[in-house]
Design a protein around this ligand. Sequence first.
Ligand code: ADP
Length: 378
Amino acid sequence: MYDDDDDDGVDNRKPSHLRPFKPPFRVEPPAATAPAHAGQSAATTTTTTAARKPTQAGKAEDVHPRLKGIDPELVERIENEILEMGQKVTFGDISGLAFAKECIEELVVWPVLNPQLYSGLRQLPKGLLLFGPPGTGKTLIGKAIAHECNATFFSVSASSLTSKWIGEGEKTVRAMFAVAAARQPSVIFIDEIDSLLTQRSADENEASRRIKTEFLVQFDGAATTAEDVILVIGATNRPQELDEAARRRFVRRLYIPLPERESRVALLKHLLLKNASDVSAAELEELGDLTEGYSGADVTNLAREAAMGPLRDVMRPVGGAAGAGGIGQKKGKISSDALRPINRQDFAVALKSVKPSVSNVDLGLYEDFNRQFGTQKL
Ligand code: ADP
């Protein structure tokens, strides 16, 4: 990762592992973060680490003590591929999930911003498990946590550790925790954690067994000093497959359920701000009823499908059969102003093709797991 937008007159275009890091134990003041619930800015492309620029050019000998012994090439690959560079997400961008947000604020945001208050009985939580159906906002929550805490955010899927990082998964895990230690406060988000920490099976191969062992060793070793602020968030759609050792490490386990009716309406409203629309408040409420059982991702797909209605009207006017005149028939450039607003009828059409993706059987499994192992109301 390179920083080239400094105005300190210093050439920072060198791998960041060769540059000095800020002292790892300093926590960014909250003022450095964007205001919470500020709403997502599509134009935001800065990284979660943008505020953590070094103030002077680094030299090879300035390697951070926590990175000693770690292959610099691996460090750089992690900085390029695992350090999240995407859009900033705030809790305001996440519809519903009031209980999860409240827990996260207390369990994560407060401690990360004020680690000095967490001594004695008040221990910094190290592991947080987010479980629930796919497409309910678990990844969004991970991103929002990193943003609200102004933490460095590492995002990796467990399956990519075994596939993409072939032969290097174990070293990658070690290096990732080292970089996280050097760039604290850090949030390591591991998607599909179940595929890394499933109950041991006979056909488990040697490589994935070693990655799993290394992960557990690093997890236990992370944030061993009082000042360390490294949080591991695991997300899973299959919590029942986690073994007991994994469950024990993720001390807090938060159920991220399907959105309630009110949250679906709020999400639709939020999504419809992105394009011209003509859907009344009463129609939105009705759509809230019609989307019973939809996940946040399903609702998003539904709105995207509905948004195609006005486009189809222009590209394929009534009476024009599909492909009539040849696919890709030249229409010339069409301005977005020429499109009519998205309306209720577009949703009626979209509802026929976009259906809920989570079955009742699966929902029952999540609810069982939540009753047995989930963190209940604080
Ligand atoms: P998962 O729970 O599988 O990690 P994601 O967080 O990746 O799900 O959500 C997938 C997409 O669905 C998001 O990018 C977002 O567009 C939409 N989405 C899901 N849940 C919500 C929510 N609660 N609020 C806003 N958008 C959501």
